[in-house]
Ligand binder design. Sequence first.
Ligand code: SF4
Ligand code: SF4
Length: 449
Amino acid sequence: MITKTALLIKPKRDHLKHLPETEEVIELAETCTECGWCNRTCPGSMPIREAMISAKEGDLDGLADLFHTCINCGKCESSCNRDLPILSMIGRSAQDAIFGEVYTMRAGRGPVLDTEIEAGGELVVHGEVPGIIALVGCSNFSNGHMDVVRIAEEFTSRGYIVVATGCSAMAIAMHRDCDGTTLYEKCPGSFAPGSLLNIGSCVANSHIIGAAIKVAAISAGMPLRGNFEEIADYVLNRVGACGVAWGAMSQKAASIGTGINRWGIPVIVGPHGSKYRRAYLSKKELSDWKLYDKRTEEIVSGEPAPEHLMYPAETVEEAIVAIAKFCIRPSDNAKGRQLKLLNYADLYKKYMGTLPEDLNLFVRNEEDIPITMRGEIMEYLEKVGWKPKKPVAEPSRLGLDEDAFIRKEIDHLITMKDEISRYLETVGLRSEKICRRTEMEDLYGHSNN
Ligand code: SF4
Ligand code: SF4
């Protein structure tokens, strides 16, 4: 039916022209006033005005170059005082690239199998694989698809398991190396070290969370029914995984990210991600990193691992370094921590030119130090006055005294009571919140007000 309809409609649509001819692009560019409003409104701050100036001279390369980084939002067109069809002009200028758009991509495979988790999940928990990286989200990339390709290339080459969905999975297919091969052709598609899996469309993100849940169920034998809290706690403290929504484009993408956070997996969003106004950031040294050790039944000192849960990165280099760091978990054994710190320190040196400033926070004892970087890391640790500490055997955030935290918050509110009351009296208001606070004090037995 669809084919028949298309054949019938075709003659009626033949006379419709969707793109201006090359000469028309130049004529349109000649009417540009060079006001620069398009550059100002473009979310990627792309040099549209400059491309128009070149197009006036007959050089369309500038417009063609915009094609791969443009996200087709149309903001430049709506701000143009000459109503120039900028997107169509870009499309015509990049016609060679558009007609040559043929890519090789691995088909979406759906969930990771239990049998694969039995092998791959064990490797992650026992430190043979430094982490699982999930490249998810839309194509609202600030600098084109190459950023996602770079992340995938960097981590597959280091033995991480990289899983991708939706637009990110497609973006990876859009790059061919000098031999003409894509990353999908170079990396295996099974859940194994150094592999690259296309899990499926963006709704298949749930399979990525499913894989983390399966690790808890299969590796630790945790019951699944009615056990959300314990499984999320296991993933947060044991499964070195990090999500990356580099091109998050909508509230939907942002909420997928925070939905992944609920399961204890940190997520990094790209530069546009900060627009969704939600970040779960720690204060690192200032935060309370206490953990409950289930084996010794004691509350012990932890470490900022993972440091943040929802983190907007400004550049792809910052994101790559943060991904390696966010895979560190309190339960890492010495072998796993060595591998993770080797990647973190090596990537930091590669992109920032020095050792990480917070490396001392993640080295628990000398066994954690990567052998190949031992000399320089020991020198650094001595300089910052590092002291060894005992690794936590079975870390958990369940079992911490949450009531004590709430009481601390209420104490803080109480110290502000007089100040707030005075202010409210001056403006002639009686605060309902103050009354509620009094109820809270009663609840916790405070009598010092
Ligand atoms: S359509 Fe493309 S060039 Fe125009 S504002 Fe959006 S991203 Fe920029
Ligand atoms: S907004 Fe329109 S007229 Fe102004 S520089 Fe951009 S393309 Fe030219």
